[in-house]
Design a protein around this ligand. Structure first.
Ligand code: SAM
Ligand code: SF4
Length: 469
């Protein structure tokens, strides 16, 4: 494998030209692209530029409808759930939109001890979660450095409470060198995520004033270094609100294509955070390029068509109303009952100075989110099977592409939501959940599989756990 560690070269000229050239695409041209998207092979950047340049609301409805069809065909009605967990809000960087930036004196700083981390994990497990996204500012305790993160991962996987444990740990921490990524991979992580924030270099430089992250080239090369180190499930993302969202979507396409060309696999997930107010940040209060709700829905739908097999992650930055609209357009993973300050699950309070990274839009409990998803016809999933069975990177994509994802993922969703209903759900959620499980089992078309799922459901009622395909 190549040792050249440069990241993707974003061709800003190509993006600007593509958007300008396609500003007056005809409805017929858009419909041709939607027909291509329905073949589930993804779209190239010029196709995506046409969809992004559209300003006709009627055509947008057709884009939404196509995105719903693609999402349903590939992912069914599943929504995978996770909880973010912040272990430190200390940071050496100066990202102007973030409450954790080094010079902000408006928040209390702390990094959690391993005992405090274990307590947070217990609370998250006792709510019913099986996946955690570990999040940190870029400043690790003196004398420990990155060992703090490696030790934290060991702690998280070691906690057991009731019938529960964390079965997949994804990580969102600052860019590392290849050697440290190798150690991170050896800790048995699921996905490594890092958001570019903005791919537009001048905006990036304006927004990141100091610290290692201020180096655009270092930051954008991080996913390459992670993949070079063998982490084959990597997540990318943009902080929407810093620069024109249409530019960012096209740049993400270039990033994805670069990874695919170089490593044979594109990003495992794309995250779509929008800027939220953050303590002490005027940029977060007045973002330079705010994305309206309608455009937010558009960008999710267009990403779903462009990269149909890449997961799209939606966080609790968004409120319940907009989250409900996003699910069917292409979201495959959501967070629920989140806290964005270290120790937030233990403290359970909303104090603006408590050290939160940004304000949240959805404060509902996991049980409320699950009940809501079930009522809307979605099947919540706590599945963690793929990476534990070695279905990662290109292997995952090979399975996903012929549509087999539904054969594994749908039964695993049924089994994990059954565990949730048995161990954690309120009586109301359990009642709706049992109905949805029944319908989901009915919808399994392979007879052998249907019988096997029914057997396993009985085993779960009898106390068995973690039965997955
Ligand atoms: N410190 C690492 C980094 O910056 O890459 C890792 C995690 S950082 C705590 C997580 C993400 O939060 C950032 O990548 C950024 O996109 C997002 N974020 C920061 N400030 C935000 C804000 N005001 N509103 C919404 N998201 C924000
Ligand atoms: Fe630190 Fe990340 Fe916040 Fe930047 S976005 S200040 S790197 S925590």
């Amino acid at each position: 494998m190549s040792t050249n560690l440069a990241g993707p070269r974003i061709d800003a000229g190509r993006i600007q030209a593509a958007l300008a050239d396609h500003a007056d695409a005809t409805p017929a041209a858009v419909r041709d692209i939607l027909a291509k998207a329905r073949e589930l092979k993804g779209l190239d950047d010029l196709d995506v530029a046409v969809l992004l340049a559209n300003t006709d609301r009627g055509i947008d409805e057709e884009i939404f409808e196509t995105a719903r069809t693609v999402k349903e065909t590939i992912y069914g009605n599943r929504l995978v759930l996770f909880a973010p967990m912040y272990i430190t809000n200390k940071c050496q960087n100066e990202c102007r939109y973030c409450a954790f930036r080094a010079s902000n004196t408006d928040i209390r700083r702390r990094n959690l001890s391993q005992e405090e981390i274990a307590e947070e994990v217990r609370i998250i497990i006792d709510e019913g979660h099986k996946r955690i996204l570990l999040v940190a500012g870029e400043s690790y305790p003196a004398g420990e450095g990155l060992d703090y993160v490696y030790k934290t991962i060991e702690t998280i996987y070691s906690v057991k409470s009731g019938n529960g444990e964390i079965r997949r740990l994804n990580v969102n921490i600052a860019g590392l060198d290849v050697e440290h990524y190798r150690r991170l991979k050896a800790c048995n992580i699921g996905t490594y995520q890092l958001f570019q924030e903005t791919y537009h270099r001048p905006t990036y430089e304006k927004m990141h004033l100091a610290g290692p992250k201020a180096d655009y080239d270092w930051h954008i090369g991080s996913i390459d270094r992670a993949m070079e180190a063998g982490i084959d499930d990597a997540g990318i993302g943009v902080l929407f609100g810093l620069h024109d969202y249409r530019f960012e979507v096209l740049a993400m396409m270039q990033h994805a294509a670069h990874l695919e060309n170089r490593f044979g696999v594109g990003p495992h997930t794309i995250s779509v955070p929008r800027i939220e107010p953050a303590a002490g940040s005027s940029v977060a209060l007045n973002p330079p390029a705010p994305v309206r709700d309608h455009d937010f829905l558009r960008l999710i739908a267009i990403l779903r068509l462009a990269v149909p097999y890449t997961g799209i992650i939606l966080s609790t930055r968004e409120n319940a109303t907009i989250r409900r609209q996003c699910y069917a357009l292409g979201i495959s993973q959501i967070s629920a009952s989140s806290r964005t300050n270290p120790g937030g699950y233990t403290e359970r309070q909303h104090d603006p100075h408590s050290g939160e990274q940004f304000s949240l839009g959805d404060h509902r409990s996991l049980d409320e989110v699950i009940a809501d998803c079930l009522e809307l016809g979605f099947l919540p999933s706590f599945c963690t099977a793929c990476y534990r069975r070695g279905r990662t990177g290109a292997d995952f994509m090979d399975l996903a592409k012929p549509g087999l994802i539904k054969e594994f993922c749908q039964p695993n969703a049924v089994l994990t939501v059954k565990e949730y209903l048995e161990d954690y759900a309120s009586a109301e959620t359990r009642a709706i959940g049992e109905r949805v499980i029944e319908q989901s089992v009915e919808a399994i078309t392979t007879d052998g599989l249907k019988c096997d799922v029914c057997d396993r459901l009985v085993k779960i009622e009898d106390g068995d756990r973690d039965l997955h395909y």
